[in-house]
Design a protein around this ligand. Sequence first.
Ligand code: B12
Ligand code: SF4
Length: 622
Amino acid sequence: MSFVAPSPPPVTTVVPASASRTHLGVVPQPDVVLIHPPSVFDFRERTIFYGPISDVIPSSPVFEMYPVGFLTLAAYLRRHGYRVRIINLALLMMRSRRFRPERLLRKLRPVLFGIDLHWLPHAHGGPAVAALLKKLHPGIPIVFGGISATYFHEELIRDDAVDFVLRGSVTEPGLLALVRELKSARQFARVPGLTWKENGLPRVNAEGTAASLDDCTYDLGAMVAGVTSHLDFWSSVPFHTWWGHPITAVFTVRGCARGCVTCGASHAAFQRFMPGQYPLLRSPASVAAQVRQLAELTRAPIFLVGDLRDGGEAYARDVLDALAAAPVNNRIVFEFFDPPSREYITRIDASIRHWGAELSPESHDEEVRARLGKAHFANVRMEEAIEAMLALRCENLDLFFMIGLPGQTYGNVLETVGYIERLFIRFDRRLSAFITPMGPFIDPGSNGFESAERHGYIMHARTLAEHRALLEQRDWESILNYETRWMTRAEIVDATYDAAERLNELKRRHGRISDDCAAAVSKRMGTARAIRRKLLANGELDSAEVRAFSEGTINDKSELFAPGAFLRNFRIRGIVKLLVREVFGRVTGLRGYEVSTFEDRGESLSTSERTRSRKTARPLAH
Ligand code: B12
Ligand code: SF4
């Protein structure tokens, strides 16, 4: 094993005093540039039939959505006086075939580049972007972070292009400590949760003390100002259709109390490899404050990620009370991991003006559901809860089912669709349902990955390099990193299309989607099946066709994320207010932050940060 990456040179040599001019004035080079890579770096040159692996999320199969943590990392560093720029390289590459990543990256001269390897599907793009950056800027260090980077930190640090891996699910303090070291003594042994190299050999630092999620918040002013100051509407946008449907979320928890055997953030998985104690809850006041902040900017629905009840009854009640005390007109969407009680539903209804919900039973089969490990409950209980929600003001209720679960056969998947039809008949149109394959990967660290045989999984990849190789396959059947004792990869693919075709028709028949929408999905699915037949016959693929039919083939994204006009989605007054506050902050040196609160919390600020914070210690009026 060789660890040959050069240790980063002193910071004075890597930070030229360069700056770029924009219409809001001179913007100095950022201290940190956070880059989101595409799933497969050279996806534009390849013909890969991705299938429906991203049909229920806003992203395309390029997985161009960056981790929301980029926003909280950027806000945290900024509060401590450092400049951060987010570059959604995946999105820029998607938007134009002529866009050359190296041309943009060459111009950047930060102290540190950060790349996310949060989701394992970036196992190809992440390391490839690091290699490119190292070629362009051999003197600027590169740090990786995210759930997959944490799991694979030892493999990742052996990559010549990788200088640091910051392990953890709450890395704001760690990243700040790393930037401070880069700008001062370079004592990397002092950075909590850091994996790094000393004289070419890997060093693994101990984790730090747990941070509070309340310190990890968004900085919407900086986001809006970033877009307007660079007149760049694309490089920091989370996903390609964001301006059309800017769905927003408040992350109420890090980690999870549940035990889904396929999930890399389950309680057992995080215990295995994630520094810290989980689940870690955001305080009710902070949840409500973030909801309000988002509602100032957008009219879009706001998702509360995580089931509040997992924080305990009192926590869920306190969050609802905090939301009730600061009401907004956006729809608040609640996530339920098992059916909520009538009492809880009534409380939500009394506290929230507009609300919706998501419930993921995963299978209609109670035995399969129990084996997955999220929750044990009977369908009767779920139907009672659905009835109770729809009897009140719940505006929409989406149910999510999954293919590729322990104990699930092809026939069993089709029975799930039969069960969904019974629900469609019994309940009104506010109830809809989705069925998707688990893919492309079972998460590393999960019980299913670590004790595959016990849970009936057969794994096709274990290491980062093996997953990278999977991502270069030509079709999604071969990209899947697993099959089960009950279904081969081919059967998982067949079950997906057969179930989705029936479900699409049911949705049309029961008024969940329009005839046009159903016809469009059906047409795309037909072409996707034809592509698959061609693949099986080893025929030549038409790359334009493959690209066009790797999305929306089992449902239409608009079913989940209704598009709207810009003016309907955004609150212009809120945007202008944020912008004025931001520009005023820049001109006067007042940034609009209550920095003193950080000192009050006992966080240690460096001398230069203290000087800056004194200047900024007065909050600006809202
Ligand atoms: C909300 C969520 C989503 C949202 C996305 C939100 C977003 N943009 O971040 C949606 C629904 C869109 C989504 C999609 C997917 N998700 Co998801 N998602 C989650 C969930 C439930 C919560 C994540 C969370 O709480 N984040 C909190 C935010 C604020 O922090 P963060 O983004 O994690 O960032 C922090 C750290 O990770 C770290 N960090 C992250 N990046 C970097 C980079 C650097 C340089 C540094 C220093 C630090 C760092 O520091 C940040 C700040 O502390 C988790 C499960 C869980 N309970 O954790 C799964 C989870 C993360 N998702 C997962 C998966 C697989 C996916 C998909 C690939 C599924 C699919 N096939 O569609 C897609 C990928 C989407 C894409 N990139 O386009 C897996 C990942 C497992 C793995 N090892 O790969 C998880 C663990 C569980 C699961 N199976 O759902 N997801
Ligand atoms: S998939 Fe299961 S274990 Fe993972 S975050 Fe969701 S509920 Fe928790």
